[in-house]
Write a protein that binds this ligand. Structure first.
Ligand code: ATP
Ligand code: MG
Length: 713
């Protein structure tokens, strides 16, 4: 036990060992919020206050959830498999899979990613003869998602003019279409789950009673619906523990509301707000730069971060002539760092916009530096992978029109646009899926489409009962996809990716804990839509990490490059045009970027950059000016190879709780004066025995056991 709590500073210890009361941990980057949250779960379980079954923990990315589970299993000797630790989307998906009937979904319901959603909306507009210039599909997607994120269905949407009237009608049509196909988009996962819990009392009660402790990381980025979902689940008396940083709220464009954090403070935490001010991640210069940048924002709750790690190295700044030169500089530095013994996995390359990764990737590839991209053109979003997945989706759910249209004529089977239009019209009239409507087609269309239907039926029979990887392999081969890419000049890469999909299926099966309700295929397809893009680099290979700043939230690296610091790019022009709020959000994003670095930070920009096919002439970002001169080391040419300090590592262990005087660590007790508290540690024996108790609001106390008059609760 002492090992578990060792290496926590005093407010951290206070937070980890709080008695069962709602609390908010409000603290800046790198102050140990995530560590406190994870340690609290470990502590609650190892002291017997709650079992793995009774914990619900929400984190921001699948990567974070995995890390949390891994860390937990190293801290507590229990089986963390099957614990409810995940993202909002992941947890909602899990709940809907378990109760698909009550939720009105087919067992094999599929998830539409944003590209699928866009395709579906385009198709819908076409079917309904709606002018897509007047109602641009992307905007319509945004309109629909924004409503769902507010918990508003088409039927309740506010209509204030003809234009909105039409958009709401299209939203309703879209809902019908999704229901007909048995598919859900990302926002729907949450809304459907929320409505299910709200409507179905026995189910709600069940989960409310089950989850005794609810813990939320990155609470500043929850949207209205997510917050409502949490409140619903906490409605049965669960203890809610939320951690967040208002300075790192970067998902406003997806409906995140920092206001939720204030609401949480008011509605739940009350006086139980703990602030952590010591930063353990970054060297002093990095932290000073971050503090100097964020100071320019007005809308802040206000925090002061400090570190005793020493100033460390200056921040390296580089201004390149072009994006190519910037990439060359970055890759040259990386090669030197790796030569000096830095692990490539500890080097992150960050950018504001995914389109920037191409130049960097190209240079890394040319110089033979292994790298891994998170986000961007993700593995599961590649054309060939989507095609293979579409076949697999049709095996699970033939009514999935999006999947149907993707592969009905791929590889080419002589099914023309006219046939498909007929088919779509028939489906629309008979209110059925394309798959079902196919039977009523006659003539040549009937034959060609009929052959496709028979292919799918045949694949279904042939793959029945096969293990997942073999099933995937079989479908890739027999659908004609493999053959198609074999004869394609540029098909080699795609074939390799398809092989990689089979590998992904095999890895997925090995990790058997991942198999959820609905069988291996459904779980695998779910992974493909929820966890896109974490597979493309060889598993276990040491690779430099490339990602957007958004995707880097919560992570940390020894060395961080923040690239493309140019006006219009970072801060992004869209946000700049939005005025002050947009600008403050960009600055928070910059703060997130800078605070990812432990030991060394690079900031760079280019004077010209090719973006979206055009050369842009760039001005350095205003954020560069916000970093005090004295922290910067300006590099015009190649950097001096500087000595790199040795890296320390932190770790905790686990020890059994020590019983003492009939009281156990982790036990909740009541004290006449201090109220309810929980035992954190014990010391001494007999008349000398003392207990340390965390009384929440009344603080942490050491009491002599003999006189303390504690009543177990
Ligand atoms: P972010 O805001 O970026 O999500 P955070 O507040 O969640 O950051 P953590 O990731 O939990 O911060 O911690 C930052 C780093 O500091 C981690 O490497 C963590 O292990 C380390 N750390 C936290 N607290 C301590 C401590 N008391 N002693 C030593 N290291 C610590
Ligand atoms: Mg964190």
């Amino acid at each position: 036990m002492s090992d578990l709590l060792a290496n926590l500073n005093s407010p951290q210890l206070q937070a980890v060992t709080l008695p069962p009361v709602h609390a908010l941990i409000l603290a800046g980057a790198g102050s140990g919020k995530t560590r406190v949250l994870t340690t609290r779960i470990a502590w609650l379980m190892s002291t017997g206050q709650v079992g793995p079954h009774g914990v619900l923990a929400v984190t921001f990315t699948n990567k974070a959830a995995k890390e949390m589970t891994a860390r937990l299993s190293s801290l507590v000797p229990i089986n963390t498999r099957g614990m409810w630790i995940g993202t909002f989307h992941g947890l909602c998906n899990r709940l809907l899979r378990a109760h698909y009937r009550e939720a009105g979904l087919p067992q094999t319901f599929q998830i539409l990613d944003s590209a699928d959603q866009l395709a579906m909306v385009k198709r819908l507009l076409k079917n309904l003869n709606v002018d897509d210039e007047k109602y641009p599909p992307r905007e319509l997607c945004h309109f629909i998602n924004a409503h769902k994120e507010q918990g508003v269905r088409a039927a309740q949407a506010e209509v204030y003019d003809n234009y909105t009237q039409k958009r709401v009608e299209l939203y309703a049509e879209y809902e019908n279409q999704c229901n007909r196909e048995g598919v859900v988009d990302f926002a729907e996962l949450l809304l459907r789950c929320y409505e299910l819990l709200q409507r179905n009392e026995p189910l709600r009660k069940h989960y409310q009673e089950r989850f005794r402790y609810i813990l939320v990381d990155e609470v500043q980025d929850t949207n209205k619906l997510q917050y409502a979902w949490l409140k619903l689940l906490a409605g049965g008396g669960a203890v809610v523990f939320a951690v967040g940083d208002d300075d790192q709220s970067i998902y406003r464009f997806r409906g995140a509301e920092v206001g939720n954090m204030r609401d949480f403070e008011r509605e739940y935490a009350g006086d139980n707000v703990i602030r952590l001010e010591q930063n353990y991640r970054s060297h002093g210069n990095i932290l000073a730069a971050a503090n100097a940048i964020i100071k320019n924002n007005r809308e802040r709750l206000g925090k002061n971060l400090w570190t005793d790690a020493g100033d460390g190295e200056p921040i390296r700044a580089f201004e390149a002539y072009s994006d190519l030169e910037e990439a060359r500089f970055v890759v040259e530095e990386i090669r030197e760092l790796v030569r000096d013994g830095i692990s490539p996995t500890q080097i992150a390359l960050l950018y504001r916009s995914n389109a920037q990764s191409r130049v960097l990737e190209n240079e890394l590839f040319t110089k033979n530096v292994p790298y891994k991209v998170y986000g961007g053109l993700r593995f599961f979003e590649r054309q060939e992978i989507k095609h293979a997945l579409a076949y697999l989706r049709l095996l699970g759910n033939p009514d999935d029109d999006t999947a149907f249209l993707r592969v009905v004529n791929f590889p080419t089977r002589g099914i023309g646009a006219r046939s498909l239009e007929n088919l779509q019209a028939t489906a629309h009239q008979t209110n059925s899926s394309l798959y079902n409507a196919a039977a009523s087609l006659t003539g040549k269309s009937g034959q060609t489409v009929g052959a496709f239907i028979r292919l799918i039926e045949q694949l279904r029979v042939e793959t029945n009962g096969l293990p997942l990887p073999e099933m995937v392999e079989h479908v890739i081969e027999k659908s004609g996809l493999a053959q198609h890419y074999r004869t394609d000049k540029e098909g080699q890469d795609r074939l390799e990716n398809l092989d990689e999909l089979i590998n992904a299926a095999a890895t997925f099966i090995d990790d058997e804990g991942a198999i959820g309700e609905g069988g291996a295929l459904v779980s695998f397809l779910t992974l493909a839509s929820l966890e896109a893009g974490e597979h493309q680099a060889g598993e276990g290979q040491e690779a430099v990490q490339l990602m957007s700043v958004h995707a880097a939230k919560g992570l940390e690296f020894d060395v961080v490059f923040v690239t493309g610091l140019e006006q219009g790019l970072f801060p992004h022009e869209n946000s700049v045009n939005e005025g002050k709020d947009g600008m403050e959000e960009e600055r928070r994003l910059m703060y997130v970027a800078v605070t990812r670095a432990r030991q060394r930070l690079y900031v760079s920009c280019a004077q010209t950059r090719m973006l979206h096919g055009q050369t842009r002439y760039c001005v350095p970002s205003c954020f560069l000016d916000e970093i005090p001169e004295n922290l910067l080391l300006k590099l015009n040419k190649k950097a001096e190879p500087a000595a790199f300090p040795a890296f320390g590592s932190f770790g905790g262990g686990y020890a059994e709780p020590v019983p003492s005087g009939g009281l156990r660590v982790g036990q909740t007790v009541e004290h006449a004066k201090f109220g309810i508290g929980v035992i954190v540690s014990t010391e001494g024996r007999g008349a000398d025995a003392r207990v340390q108790i965390n009384f929440g609001r009344s603080g942490m106390k050491w009491l002599a056991l003999e006189y303390a008059k504690l009543t177990p609760v």
